[in-house]
Design a protein. Structure first.
Length: 392
């Protein structure tokens, strides 16, 4: 029995050494004379590090920051969490006439569309209201008034961060007005204003979307608006009103401490990775992916939302017809000078792996992508023997 275990350990070590040789050879690329890379590969099945290079260097993650946000949100909020937009009223209803105010309470649901607004409006009519005389009030107190993230570039086409939007536009109350009119509700002396919904206001209706729905677009196509909406759900979960980005950062840092990395000088600026102030490491991203894998309540929601190599999302056209095609599920990241990739794959020996690769200082992003794709191919191919690796 001891002999069998010794032989198996030798074979396993040989394969791992072969993998390291192959990955080391990829790092001989001339691009690394003028750029940096932080990288870690972790064998989840064996619970051990397979490979690392500059894994603790502080680097800008670009959109792999969305993994930090997603995992923190699932850990903090749970997989059953819902994003809500609510309608309330104050005043009295008599003979179909509401003498009072309508409160539109934004919960920063990035999926709100015209159909949601029209459904909310119709619920008021269903209550028997055919005339409204009062105010239509926008309640955006769920979050701080800052409309852009810390460290965002002023010349980028960035989304405005308001918790009451329709299709990313600040037109909720206008759409509600139109929907009520189309539903034959008479609007008299209507005034539009901002305010805070009173605690004694009566509910009219709620429209909701699940965290899974938001995660799908946030991760598959790397939607920044959706990621920031998720970031502010984390902030709101602390109970502060209005929720601030600093509240969300505090929750992220608590999770980082839980991973045993609380002493590292990470900088968490936003939820999407747009900020140039974000600084994380390949080690942090890898350990977060491991944490998610160990917790089904996180992994079962995260994994299906990740882009699949050669199949969909931001990986649809990458790694096609390689061992990584259909195997790698990972989040991409791209900013000027930054290219990153972090996620999961299955090695040829059946072991589950997670990895993070952050390329920094790459003036041609395609070079970073090509390097990441080749790393993923090596991870998914049979690792072979040391001799075979040296001969390649």
């Amino acid at each position: 029995m001891l002999l069998v275990l010794t032989i198996w350990a030798t074979i396993t070590m040989s394969a791992q050494d072969s993998l390291r040789i192959r990955l080391d050879s990829l790092l001989q690329n001339p691009m690394f004379e003028t750029s940096q890379v932080g990288m870690m590969v972790y064998d989840l099945t064996a619970d051990s590090v397979l490979f690392q290079r500059n894994a603790r260097q502080m680097l800008r993650p670009a959109s792999t920051m969305k993994l930090v946000t997603a995992i923190t949100a699932l850990d903090q909020l749970g997989g059953g969490y819902q994003f809500h937009t609510r309608l309330y009223y104050t005043g009295t209803i008599s003979n179909g006439r509401l003498n009072g105010d309508i409160y539109c309470v934004g919960g920063f649901d990035p999926m709100v569309d015209e159909d949601d607004v029209w459904t909310l409006a119709h619920e008021l009519h269903t209550m028997g209201v055919d005339t409204l005389c009062g105010r239509i009030v926008s309640d955006c107190t769920m979050k701080e008034s800052l409309e852009y993230g810390e460290g965002w570039c002023w010349d980028d086409d960035n989304p405005r961060l308001k918790p009451l939007m329709v299709g990313r536009k600040d037109v909720f109350t206008e759409h509600l007005y139109d929907a009520l009119t189309s539903d034959n509700v008479v609007l008299q002396n209507i005034v539009f204003t901002d305010g805070c919904c009173p605690v004694n206001a009566a509910p009219i209706a709620t429209r909701s979307h699940s965290i899974d729905q938001v995660l799908q677009r946030m991760l598959k196509v790397s939607d920044n608006f959706y990621a920031e909406a998720m970031f502010y759900q984390i902030a709101a979960s602390t109970g502060r009103r209005p929720g601030k980005a600093s509240d969300a950062r505090g929750v992220v840092k608590k999770l980082i401490s839980k991973l045993g990395l609380g002493s590292q000088p990470y900088k968490i600026a936003d939820g999407s990775g747009l900020s140039l102030y974000n600084y994380v490491s390949a080690e942090l991203e890898t350990k977060l992916l491991r944490y998610a894998w160990l917790h089904g309540n996180i992994y079962d929601h995260l994994y299906p939302a990740l882009p699949i190599a050669g199949t969909d999302g931001t990986l649809e056209k990458r790694m096609i017809k390689t061992a990584a095609d259909g195997n790698v599920r990972a989040k991409t990241g791209t900013l000027t000078g930054i290219s990153s990739l972090a996620g999961y794959c299955v090695a040829a020996n059946g072991h589950q792996l997670c990895f993070s690769i952050i390329n920094q200082g790459v003036m041609r992003n395609q070079a970073g992508k090509d390097f990441q794709d080749r790393v993923c191919q090596v991870l998914c191919e049979p690792w072979g023997t040391i001799q075979e690796a040296l001969e390649q």
